[in-house]
Write a protein that binds this ligand. Sequence first.
Ligand SMILES: *Cc1c(COP(=O)(O)O)cnc(C)c1O
Length: 395
Amino acid sequence: MTWDVSISSRAMGVAPSPTLAVDAKAKALKAAGEDVCGFGAGEPDFDTPHFIKEACAKALAEGKTKYCPAPGLPELRAAVAHKYRTFNNVPVQDSQVVVSAGGKFSCYLGICAVVGDGDEVIIPAPYWVSYPEMVKLAGGVPVIVKATDATDFKITPAQLKAAITPRTKLLILNSPSNPTGAVYEKAELEALVEVALQNHICILSDEIYEHLLYDGRQHYSPASFGPEAAEAVITVSGFSKSYSMTGWRLGTLVASPKIAPYVIRLQEQMTSNATTFAQYGALAALERADEARAALAPMLEAFDRRRLRLLAGLQAIPGLTCQRAQGAFYLFPNISSFGLGSTAFANRLLDEEKVAVVPGSGFGSDEYIRFSYAVADATIDKGLERFARFTASLR
Ligand SMILES: *Cc1c(COP(=O)(O)O)cnc(C)c1O
């Protein structure tokens, strides 16, 4: 007889990450010597700028290896607050900033601070895979509002209104978006924020891709839309995507003085502070903004070039439609004309042509697949050739 452990319903209720599943299969194929074109990556393929690494190494050498205050290094919180006042036009005091172990954890803390048992959270689909799972972990109920490529993957104020009930507590926004790359216009964001405020709903605005914009697009933070918005919006960002620092695990959260102390309390009991010496690297990234911009300009240029290359290739494929995404580093083509669900499509594409993409099912949108263009130009060309052959075989 074996000893049987009973897993909690909360743990069993969490879905495994579909992005990691395809990634694991692609890596296994690669390890077995296969020539895989991987478009699954959710991270920049560039190294962290050298001066940021140096600042961290210096802190480490100087013995900055102890606990620091739970919400973050005071200098870093000040630098983040300054960045919000100057770049995002959001009035932020240092005390409203919480630095955490990754933007993902920042999102979870923000959700935990305002969502309780049975509270409903409106999540526009296609959504980032973790939002519904985080809401469930907090005891809340995800309410999915579907957007399609017909509306450029954006929800409308009317859709938002229709989804609101007396139990609605939070709306999650993510612009620029993972997985679609869609970027809301300022007026579109303002209209959604207005509906949320009228109905006394908080907003979690995940702006982790705020610096990754193309076609001259600009970033707007919902928290900048007036004093009420500044009270109601919890803004999350971080260093992973904009500074190519995914492995550093550093995210930021900014919330009103009514919310921030509870976020800090949650973090104090769950992880204490984010890694102390890593925060010195982030501090350098913000304090030496010109250097950071110069170091990251080639990355943005490469992303833009690859975006257009991949987009042109995908749009040339019969039966496939693809929006011209203007942010992040993803394209999200519609594959519904091929008569396969996204998981079957992605699995066959990997098996038959050794091309790894992420099925849209994990993002709540089974008619699509996600391509990351944080990959080499040569991979894009080779991958497109194989992808065209695969789609032709389905027709
Ligand atoms: C990558 C990502 C994050 C956060 O990433 P971290 O590595 O935890 O900082 C948050 N939201 C979205 C939509 C992302 O794609």
